[in-house]
Design a protein around this ligand. Structure first.
Ligand code: NAP
Length: 312
């Protein structure tokens, strides 16, 4: 029997682990297939408070995990496959084992949204990528396109200018969603150019990517644009499939919580991208992780009828 199981080892999950571990609850964290989550895909976090010179995404993940483990969190490299929340204690089924827990914090994050166009799936690893930090290096001196107009597209596009000779940002509208600071940096960068009002209809190539077929959404004109790489940054989809029919979600499959990070099931909390369709920042993930942890602690204490720490 565990006190708290935390599903996900990204910023939200590890922040919840630091707090629940400090409360002597010995949390168990399932870090899944992508330890550290989305931040590890970010080269440098420049807006995480406390790091005036920025910190690498991977560096922040490692520091958070070390901190959680130092206070007694158990981090398990396994993925949760199913949950059963109708009876208490709750059941969490991982690949290797089944666990019981008094409280659960869902921090399973999100995955990049795909374009769903012909050629995209086929060329993953052969020119189509969702991670500039992981794959940018392979495009030294080459030309790449970036699809999207949000913070990720511009942030990652600017990162790609370190390697690529030309970065063409293809956006479906004529105005960017990204914050003004990133927009200014992109507009000022000589390697960055934009194609507006345009969507990618197909990824073209032979054994690797050679170009994209484009459609101007205003004129409906079709064209082909040669490129060596296609980097897709068109938002994210929350990792909530195992909670469908169990935990309440909105129409975008984002988990619904109250201000205390409580889901529709007492004792099950959610934190980070899995419950946040708006802010999706490392700092907000850390914040909601901390709130979920404090509420889980209170929930466990209420079960015992006494304040925690105490004998369970
Ligand atoms: P986002 O803000 O949702 O932007 C997604 C972009 O992709 C939008 O420009 C959208 O176009 C476009 N798009 C969506 N579906 C598309 C499709 N099927 N085909 C073509 N284009 C499509 O996602 P994000 O950029 O990943 O950012 C997510 C969150 O993380 C935001 O809150 C952002 O602030 C945060 N973030 C912050 C930083 C930073 O602070 N440095 C860095 C990365 C991310 P429309 O504009 O037309 O909707």
């Amino acid at each position: 029997m565990e006190n708290v199981i935390i599903i996900g080892g990204g910023t939200a999950g590890l922040s919840a682990a630091v707090y629940t571990a400090r409360a002597q609850l010995t949390p168990v964290v399932f870090r899944g297939d992508q330890p550290g989550g989305q931040i590890t895909l970010t080269d440098s976090l420049e807006n995480y408070p406390g790091f005036p010179d920025g910190i690498s995404g991977f560096g922040l993940y490692q520091a958070l995990e070390q901190q959680a483990v130092r206070f007694g969190a158990k981090v398990i490299s396994d993925t949760v496959q199913a949950v059963e929340f109708t009876n208490h204690p709750f059941t969490v089924v991982a690949r290797e084992n089944e666990y019981k827990a008094r409280a659960v914090i869902i921090a399973s994050g999100s995955n990049p949204r795909t374009l769903n166009v012909p050629g995209e799936k086929e060329y993953v690893g052969k020119g189509v990528s969702y991670c500039a930090t992981c794959d940018g290096f392979f495009y030294r001196g080459k030309s790449v396109v970036v699809v999207g107009g949000g913070d990720s597209a511009l942030d990652e596009g600017l990162f790609l200018t370190r390697f690529a000779s030309r970065v063409t940002i293809i956006h479906r509208r004529d105005r960017l969603r990204a914050n003004p600071h990133l927009q200014q940096r992109a507009f000022e960068n000589e390697k960055v150019e934009f194609i507006w009002d345009t969507v990618v209809e197909e990824v073209l190539g032979d054994d690797k990517v050679k170009g994209v077929r484009l459609k101007n959404v205003k004129s409906e004109e079709l064209s082909e644009f040669p490129t060596d790489g296609v980097f897709v940054f068109v938002g994210h989809i929350p990792n909530t499939s195992i909670f469908e029919g169990i935990i309440d979600m909105d129409d975008r499959k984002t988990i619904i919580t109250d201000k205390r990070q409580q889901t529709n099931i007492a004792g099950v909390f959610a934190a980070g991208d899995v419950q946040d369709p708006i802010y999706r920042q490392a700092i907000t993930s850390a914040g909601t992780g901390a709130i979920a942890a404090m509420e889980a602690e209170k929930f466990i204490a209420s079960l015992e009828g006494k304040s925690y720490p105490g004998k369970l």
